[in-house]
Design a protein around this ligand. Structure first.
Ligand code: ASP
Length: 313
């Protein structure tokens, strides 16, 4: 029987990283090794799938931008539209992996498996985790288990759904977690038919003791079309922010209440969202709520329908 055909799209990250000259293991450059070298390091892949690979970006994912998301989306759409391709694996830095994964989860057509993976140790580390992660990702992308769950992430032997995955720890191989686990993951793809256009600017503003309201005015003056407020507690808006937020709404800027806690932020609880015209993030963390809002704005959803791209509580 023919092996499944899997396309690998490489974007850089620590999985393609190399230790800086001098050998200090804590200092390395991400996104250095080409994808061909990463594949050659895992000869077992040949028994799982027929692979072809494309180096679409070579970035440390801390530098990933929304334009880079669109670059990934376009390469992924092209691969998934090819009847010869059975599944897709994206190699990505771990820092912003959950943002890219959720963006693709909302924007890609559903059907074929799409799996993102990365590494916590660079490729030249004596106990690099990249090869095992790559192997696990290809295995999942080539399997029936990877179908019908939307975009998935595999790290340290564990699959996660894009909706709930997050990088929870700065170091260690077990840096990623998700709750509930991936077996409950469902496909999304609600923005799959969106025409490719630059994504509108949406900024995230943290709430903290003494956070200045001037930051809101500065973001609006600088062109933000949406603001995600990463607030304390149950999405609690500081009283001092209210005039600036009202001015922002008068300029047509979308305002979304999210929390720096695990959530949820419930509509019209703790704030009069209906009266103010604010959106609420439900249990989406601020970076993922931002992704959903950017897509809703890009799709031209009006303020009445925008809330439907966010989980409701
Ligand atoms: N800074 C790196 C990146 O996100 C970290 C990693 O890949 O683990 O590309």
């Amino acid at each position: 029987m023919a092996l499944p055909r899997i396309r690998i799209l490489a974007t850089g990250g620590t999985i393609a990283g190399e230790t800086c000259p001098g050998g200090d293991i804590t200092r390395y450059r991400a996104g250095v090794r080409p994808v061909e070298a990463l594949l050659t390091a895992v000869p077992e892949l040949g028994a799982l799938a027929t692979l072809d690979a494309e180096q679409i970006l070579s970035l440390d994912s801390k530098d990933m931008t929304p334009d880079d998301w669109l670059c990934m989306l376009s390469a992924a759409c092209q691969a998934l539209a090819d009847p010869a391709i059975d599944g897709l694996v994206l190699l990505h830095g771990t820092d912003t992996l959950e943002e890219s994964a959720y963006f693709l989860h909302l924007a890609l057509p559903t059907g074929k498996p799409v799996v993102l993976t990365g590494a916590m140790r660079p490729a030249d580390h004596p106990e690099a985790d990249g090869p095992a992660n790559l192997l696990a990702a290809v295995k999942l992308a080539a399997s029936a288990e990877g179908v019908g769950k939307g975009v998935l992430v595999v790290m340290n032997g564990k699959p996660h759904g894009a909706r709930h995955v997050r990088k929870a720890r700065t170091s260690g191989l077990d840096a990623f977690e998700s709750d509930p686990d991936w077996t409950t993951a469902r496909p999304d793809g609600r923005f799959a038919s969106l025409a490719r256009a630059p994504l509108p600017r949406v900024d995230i503003l943290p709430g903290y003791a003494g956070a200045p309201a001037k930051l809101i005015d500065a973001c609006v003056a600088d062109g933000a079309q949406g603001l995600v407020l990463a607030l304390s507690g149950h999405g609690s808006v500081p009283s001092a922010w209210e005039p600036s937020l009202r001015r922002a709404r008068e300029h047509g800027v979308a305002i979304l209440r999210a929390s720096r806690c695990a959530g949820p932020v419930i509509r019209n609880a703790n704030a009069d969202d209906d009266r103010e015209g604010w959106l609420t993030a439900g249990d989406l963390p601020p970076p993922k709520a931002r992704v959903a809002l950017m897509l809703a704005l890009a799709a031209g959803w009006d303020s009445a329908t925008r809330q439907t791209c966010l989980p409701t509580f």
